[in-house]
Design a protein around this ligand. Structure first.
Ligand SMILES: C[S@@+](CC[C@H](N)C(=O)[O-])C[C@H]1O[C@@H](n2cnc3c(N)ncnc32)[C@H](O)[C@@H]1O
Length: 245
């Protein structure tokens, strides 16, 4: 997907990208590949592939949840790595207040440089594990209107990493490949236990085939998460909350 195809694909969904925003995306690409030479950030480095699989893919969240396009929501991105999906969303919708959590300091350092270079404000970078960040002792618990995650863990694990940070009345948005459908069956008990309820699943195809369609799970936070979740770092992954009632 060339930058112009990226712009046209978003325009077809009613999202107009200005020249200044296009310049920010190009700078993002340049910094991503330059830093990737010495810090492991992404396996995707081809210019047009980054526009498709990182930038456009990240923007899909705003099609699944259109309030991201206009409202001044607080958005937390768990395990954002090189900034996906939250920073393309922030570039497109500057009114968002973004908090990024990642357990790798080197990626947080890259994101700090990136935000400085792109002039992005209202982005907070937190070096932490999601399990600590969302714990009952944390000031970040149940603070966010939206919590996103892409390519971090299976839905059952992801729910325990993300839902504790979502405020009651807010939503978690999980970016998944189409295989994610089977993950929902396994994760439903955990989602409910953690105070969540599936609102809707949006399946979107990327404009350039043959990339498989994306599933975006939008999960409402309907009640407070019990204090004992998330469990200690590493436990959600080692002992996922399968078969919980
Ligand atoms: C495969 S990368 C995906 C990055 C990005 N979301 C994307 O879609 O390109 C997973 C990221 O999640 C972070 N991560 C994994 N488990 C985590 C946890 N428990 N708490 C915080 N970050 C975590 C890793 O450091 C890594 O940067």
């Amino acid at each position: 997907m060339t930058p112009e195809e990226f712009r046209a694909a978003l325009a077809s969904h009613g999202i107009e990208v200005t020249n200044a925003q296009m310049a920010q995306f190009e700078k993002y690409y340049q910094l991503l590949v330059a830093t990737n030479e010495h810090v492991n950030l992404t396996a995707i480095t081809d210019h047009d592939e980054v526009y498709l699989k990182h930038f456009y893919d990240s923007a899909l969240g705003a099609l699944a949840d259109q309030s991201l396009q206009t409202q001044s929501l607080t958005l937390c991105d768990i395990g954002a790595g090189a900034g996906f999906p939250s920073l393309p969303l922030k570039i497109l919708f500057p009114q968002l207040k973004v908090t990024i959590v990642d357990s790798l300091q080197k990626r947080i350092n890259f994101l700090q440089t990136l935000c400085d270079e792109l002039g992005l404000t209202n982005v907070e970078l937190v070096h932490d594990r999601a399990e600590t960040f969302g714990s009952a002792q944390s000031s970040y618990r149940e603070q966010f209107d939206r919590v996103t995650a892409r390519a971090v863990a299976r839905l059952v694990v992801l729910s325990e990493l993300c839902l504790p940070a979502v405020k009651v009345g807010g939503q978690m948005i999980a970016y998944k490949a189409s295989a994610g459908e089977d993950e929902l069956k396994v994760a439903t008990g955990a989602i409910n236990k953690l105070g969540g309820q599936l609102d809707h699943l949006t399946t979107l195809s990327l404009p350039t085939e043959p990339v498989e369609p994306r599933n975006l799970y939008v999960i409402n936070k309907v009640s407070a998460t019990p204090k004992k979740y998330p469990r200690r770092p590493g436990v959600p992954n080692k002992k996922p909350l399968v078969n919980v009632k």
